[in-house]
Each structure stands twice: as structure tokens, then as C-alpha cells.
Design a protein around this ligand. Structure first.
Ligand code: AHM
Ligand code: MG
Length: 334
């Protein structure tokens, strides 16, 4: 093997274009622009703790720009990158009540819409905890050249043509799928490129980690309470008791479990009767990654990717990870 050879994200998406016989490179261009936006957001996140210091000195930040909240910053960076790609005709994000319709004549011809959470878990930033960006790409339903409408953004998750996330952690990674397996790329800061580090990611069928905010225990449905007790029981055959790990940052919790085997749970509870996470731009993209790596994702009753969203910011109970663990959770809920 040639140890000097690296495969960058851009090399990889271009190579993979051949997997789609009719692809003309539009999706590759879109993924390339998402990668660029992620690098800009990454740079800003790395400086998060310095913002006040810089602001106080009065030397930089006279415009007040550094004070901008990071989730608003990330939102703007991703939207601008998607507009610049020329392949995207509209974006829906957690930060905006309604979908953003790109009206210029090039963007209107774009084939794709993107739904995203530009900075998930942003309440963790002040404490130097990992956060993420989550994205989901659909082919538009409305004809090219026209303005996109709400129906383009609320398609069922199984219609996603690509999905992924960026994790801003001890290193920064971009993980994505186009429905043909999952691949992970680590940002090499010295060259400013995402490099293929985790080809063909597979998650174990069984895991030993459960990730849930147990502080909400008394509010959980009884099936979930019983499942938690099951995780804590001793049973040598299944390796129980399991280990509990919960960061409170979906991308980080999911990513760890993807690599190690485990399950992420965010059930409905008395305070959040539909759960907390948003179906369109949090659950669906993570669900596609889960399935494409050999895992599963469910709302407790049915496959996440089969749910037809009623609205952009709809919430859903969410369980994702190792497939036998998801099956077990569904049994407990039933
Ligand atoms: P956000 O979109 O407002 O950042 O919230 C989503 C985050 C997820 O990353 C995480 O899984 C969850 O909220 C944690 O919620 P909780 O603090 O209720 O456990
Ligand atoms: Mg979020």
C-alpha cells in the first residue's frame, strides 16, 4: 500500500459519483460545499473560548461580529455555502421558522433541497463539549426552475439521497452516506482537508452502551423505565449490566455508539410529549446513517425513515443504534 496516498473528501465524492449512472456532479458539488462550510464553522468553534478575551481587548471585534452566537453563525455559513453551490434551491434549518427559498435564477434550477441543524448541542459550547452539524439532502418534488415549497422539505426520510453529520470533537470528522454505506473523514488541520479515515463504517449488531438522559426517568413511559432496568440487570450471556454514557450532544453520543455498539434514546416524556428531537433535520439524517452502517432507528413503534412529516419542526421520540438493541427497545415499548 502506498502510505503517502491520502483520499480527501472531494476526491472521494468525485470517485463515488460513478456509483450513480445518471449523476452529473451536482450532489458532489453540494457535498463539497457542505465540507467547506464545516471547516469555517470548525475554525470558529475552536476559538469559542477566546471570543470574550478578544472582545475585551477591543483590538478585534469592533464590529461585534465575534459576539454572534455560534449557532446563528453556523446557520449563516451553511446557508451561504449551499446557495453558492448553485445545486441547492432551498434550505430548512432549526434556526428558521420557515424554509428558506433561494430565488436567484441559478439556484432555482437546483435539483436538491437541504434540511439541517447547523449546530446541534450548542448549549454545550460554553463548557468545551463536542457539538455537531447534521444535514439531510432530498431531491426536490417541485419542477426545477420554480420556487421550492414546503412539500419539498417534508418528505419521508427514506427519500433522502444523502445525509451526514460533522462532529467537532477532539478531532473534527465528517461522516456521510449516499445510501451506499457510510464513510468517515477526519479533518487534517495542517492541510485543511477532510481525509478518509473511516471507510465503510459498520456498527456492531449488539452493543453494551445505552445513552439516555436518566434525569428524566420519572417522566418516561413505563416501557422505557423497564428497558433501563433491563440494561442495569446482571446477565453474563448478554454482557449486562451495560455501560451508561450520555454527553447530551446527539452527534457525539450517536457517533461513539456507532463505533462501539450501543443505543441512543430520547423518548417522549411528560414534559415533552412528542420527545425533543426534530424528525426532519435531526432524526432522519441520523437514522439513515444508522441504517446504512448496519444499525436501526425507530420512534419506538416504527422505522423513523417511514414517517411522513407533517411539518418542518415536528418532534419525534428517537431510538438509534445497534439493531438488536433497537429491537429490544421496541419489544419493551410494545
Ligand atoms: P438542540 O437542538 O437545542 O441543540 O438540542 C438537541 C440536543 C441533542 O444534541 C441532545 O441529544 C439533546 O438535545 C439533549 O437534550 P437533554 O439536555 O434534554 O438531555
Ligand atoms: Mg438540534
Amino acid at each position: 500500500m502506498n502510505s503517502y496516498k491520502i483520499t480527501t473528501l472531494n476526491d472521494f465524492v468525485t470517485l463515488r459519483q460513478k456509483d450513480f449512472p445518471y449523476a452529473k456532479g451536482e450532489l458532489s458539488s453540494l457535498l463539497h460545499h457542505i465540507g467547506t462550510a464545516a471547516k469555517i464553522v470548525n475554525k470558529k468553534i475552536n476559538k469559542a473560548g477566546l471570543v470574550d478575551i478578544i472582545g475585551r481587548s477591543g483590538e478585534v471585534n469592533i464590529q461585534g461580529e465575534n459576539q454572534q452566537k455560534l449557532d446563528v453563525f453556523a446557520d449563516k455559513v451553511f446557508i451561504n455555502a449551499l446557495l453558492a453551490s448553485g445545486e441547492c434551491c432551498g434550505v430548512a434549518t432549526e434556526e428558521n421558522q420557515n424554509e428558506i427559498v433561494f430565488t436567484d435564477k441559478f439556484a432555482r434550477k437546483g435539483k436538491y433541497v437541504v434540511c439541517m441543524d447547523p449546530l446541534d448541542g450548542s448549549s454545550n459550547i460554553d463548557y468545551n463539549v463536542s457539538v455537531g452539524s447534521i444535514f439531510s439532502i432530498y431531491r426536490r418534488i417541485t419542477p426545477r426552475g420554480e420556487k421550492v415549497t414546503n412539500e419539498d422539505f417534508i418528505q419521508e426520510g427514506s427519500k433522502q439521497v444523502a445525509a451526514g453529520y460533522v462532529i467537532y470533537g477532539s478531532s473534527t470528522m465528517l461522516v456521510y452516506t449516499t445510501g451506499n454505506g457510510v464513510n468517515g473523514f477526519t479533518l487534517d488541520p495542517s492541510i485543511g482537508e477532510f481525509c478518509l479515515s473511516h471507510p465503510c463504517m459498520r456498527t456492531p449488531d449488539d452493543g453494551r452502551i445505552y445513552s439516555i438522559n436518566e434525569g428524566n426517568y420519572i417522566y418516561f413511559p413505563s416501557g422505557i423505565k423497564k428497558y433501563i432496568k433491563y440494561c442495569q440487570e446482571k446477565d453474563e450471556d448478554t454482557g449486562r449490566p451495560y455501560t451508561s454514557r450520555y454527553i447530551g450532544s446527539l452527534v457525539s453520543d450517536f457517533h461513539r455508539n456507532l463505533l462501539m455498539g450501543g443505543v441512543f434514546l430520547y423518548p417522549q416524556n411528560e414534559n415533552a410529549p412528542e420527545g425533543k428531537l426534530r424528525l426532519v433535520y435531526e432524526c432522519n439524517p441520523i437514522a439513515l446513517i444508522a441504517e446504512q452502517s448496519g444499525g436501526a432507528a425507530s420512534n419506538g413503534q416504527e422505522r423513523i425513515l417511514n414517517i411522513i412529516p407533517g411539518s418542518l419542526h415536528q418532534r419525534s421520540p428517537f431510538y438509534a443504534g445497534s439493531k438488536n438493541m433497537i429491537k429490544k427497545i421496541e419489544e419493551f415499548i410494545a
